[in-house]
Design a protein around this ligand. Structure first.
Ligand code: KG4
Ligand code: ZN
Length: 339
C-alpha cells in the first residue's frame, strides 16, 4: 500500500505548530514555535496577542515542517488541523491555512479535536499501543477521564467541573511568583519540598463520580498563602508547591485507577501537558504495579501542544472516512467525541 503523508497544523493556544507524518505514527518533522516568552510578562496567554503571533508564524512554521521532512507540498496526501477546542482567534489562523492548502492542493481536509490529538500522541510513542484503554487527559485547558473504545471512539467517564489540573498548577505558581507556565516550575520545586508539610484537601466529589474539582483546593492554597502573608509568617515555597502538587495528583491517580478497575481495563494511558509531571509518572508507575495495570505516557515533547499528535488523530479519522468540509469552522468549546 502507498504511504500516506499527512501535513498537520495546530494553533489552538500559544504554540504555532506544523508536522509531517508517514502513515499516522511516524514523525518526519515536528515544528513547535512557542509564544511562552511573549505571554510570560502577562502571567498567562493573551488571546489577541496569540492570534497575531500565529499569523506571523504560521507560514514559516509550515515551510520548516516540509523542509525538515525533505518534502514539498506536492507530496502531501491529507491535511489535519485542530478546529477546537481552544481560543477562537488562534484556531482560525491554523484552520484558514489548512483550508487554503487543502483547496489548492486538492487533498482531503480533516478537522481534529485537540483533546483527541493529545490522546493520539501515545500512538506515536508506543507503536504497539491500540485501543481499548482508559485515558487521563490533563492539560492547561482539560481534565478528562475517558474510555477510548477504538480509534476515534470515546466515552467520557468524567471531567473537571471547574478548573483544569494544569490551570490550577498555573494559578498557584502565579500566586507563588514562580512565573508562567507554572506546572514545570512546581514540578521542579516539589522535588526539594515536603509534600506532607500542609494537608490540602483532596476533593473526590463522591464515590461514584469520575468528575474532578480543583477550585476548592486552589482556594485552600491561596487562603493558606494569604493568611501566612497577613501574619507576616515565613512562607516555604517548595513545601507549598509539593503539598499542593501531591493533593492534585493523588486525586488524578486514584480516580484513574478506580476507572480502570471498575470498567475492567488493564491499561491506562496519560496525555496532555500535566502528563509531563515527574511525580505524576512516579505515582502512576507505583500504583500501576500494585494493581497490575500497564501505564503508558508520551515522551515529554509530545505531552505538550504539538502538531504531530494532531496528524496522528487525523490519519485514523481519514482511514475511517471522517473527512471535513471546506466550510469547517472553528469550534472554541468543541466537546470530545462531537463533530
Ligand atoms: O497540553 P498543553 O501544552 O496545553 C493545553 O492544551 O492546555 O498543557 C499545558 C499545561 C500548563 O498548564 C502547564 O503548566 C502544564 O501543562 N504542565 C505541567 C508540567 N508541564 C506542563 N504541569 C505539571 N507538571 C509539569 N511538569
Ligand atoms: Zn493541549
Amino acid at each position: 500500500m502507498k504511504d500516506i503523508i499527512t501535513l498537520a497544523i495546530e494553533s489552538s493556544c500559544d504554540e504555532t505548530c506544523a508536522a509531517v507524518l508517514k502513515n499516522g505514527r511516524y514523525i518526519l518533522s515536528n515544528v513547535v514555535s512557542t509564544q511562552i516568552d511573549l505571554h510570560k510578562k502577562f502571567g498567562g496567554v493573551v488571546p489577541e496577542v496569540a492570534s497575531r503571533k500565529h499569523i506571523e508564524n504560521i507560514q514559516p512554521v509550515i515551510q520548516k515542517a516540509l523542509d525538515d521532512a525533505n518534502l514539498t507540498f506536492n507530496d502531501i496526501d491529507i491535511i489535519g488541523v485542530t478546529y477546537g477546542p481552544g481560543l477562537v482567534g488562534a484556531l482560525l489562523v491554523g484552520l484558514s491555512s489548512a483550508k487554503a492548502l487543502a483547496f489548492s492542493l486538492s487533498v482531503p481536509l480533516i478537522g481534529v479535536n485537540h483533546v483527541e490529538g493529545h490522546i493520539a500522541a501515545n500512538f506515536i510513542d508506543h507503536k504497539d499501543l491500540n485501543p481499548p484503554f482508559i485515558c487521563l487527559i490533563v492539560s492547561g485547558g482539560h481534565t478528562h477521564l475517558v474510555e477510548v473504545k477504538d480509534y476515534g471512539e470515546y466515552e467520557v467517564l468524567g471531567k473537571t467541573r471547574d478548573d483544569a489540573a494544569g490551570e490550577a498548577f498555573d494559578k498557584i505558581a502565579r500566586a507563588l511568583d514562580l512565573g508562567y507556565p507554572g506546572g514545570p516550575k512546581i514540578d521542579k520545586l516539589s522535588k526539594i519540598g515536603n509534600k506532607n508539610a500542609i494537608e490540602f484537601p483532596r476533593v473526590y466529589i463522591d464515590d461514584e463520580s469520575f468528575d474532578f474539582s480543583f477550585s476548592g483546593l486552589k482556594s485552600a492554597a491561596l487562603n493558606y498563602l494569604n493568611s501566612k502573608k497577613m501574619k507576616n509568617e515565613d512562607i516555604v515555597v517548595e513545601d507549598i508547591a509539593a503539598s499542593f502538587q501531591e493533593a492534585v495528583l493523588e486525586v488524578l491517580v486514584n480516580k484513574s485507577i478506580k476507572a480502570a478497575i471498575t470498567k475492567g481495563y488493564d491499561k491506562i494511558v496519560l496525555a496532555g501537558g500535566v502528563a509531563a509531571n515527574s511525580r505524576l509518572r512516579e505515582m502512576f508507575d507505583e500504583k500501576g504495579k500494585e494493581h497490575k495495570i500497564d501505564i503508558k505516557y508520551p515522551s515529554l515533547a509530545l505531552c505538550t501542544d504539538n502538531a504531530a499528535m494532531i496528524g496522528c488523530a487525523a490519519y485514523y479519522d481519514y482511514l475511517k472516512g471522517k473527512v471535513s468540509d471546506l466550510n469547517l469552522n472553528a469550534v472554541p468549546n468543541l466537546k470530545l467525541g462531537q463533530r
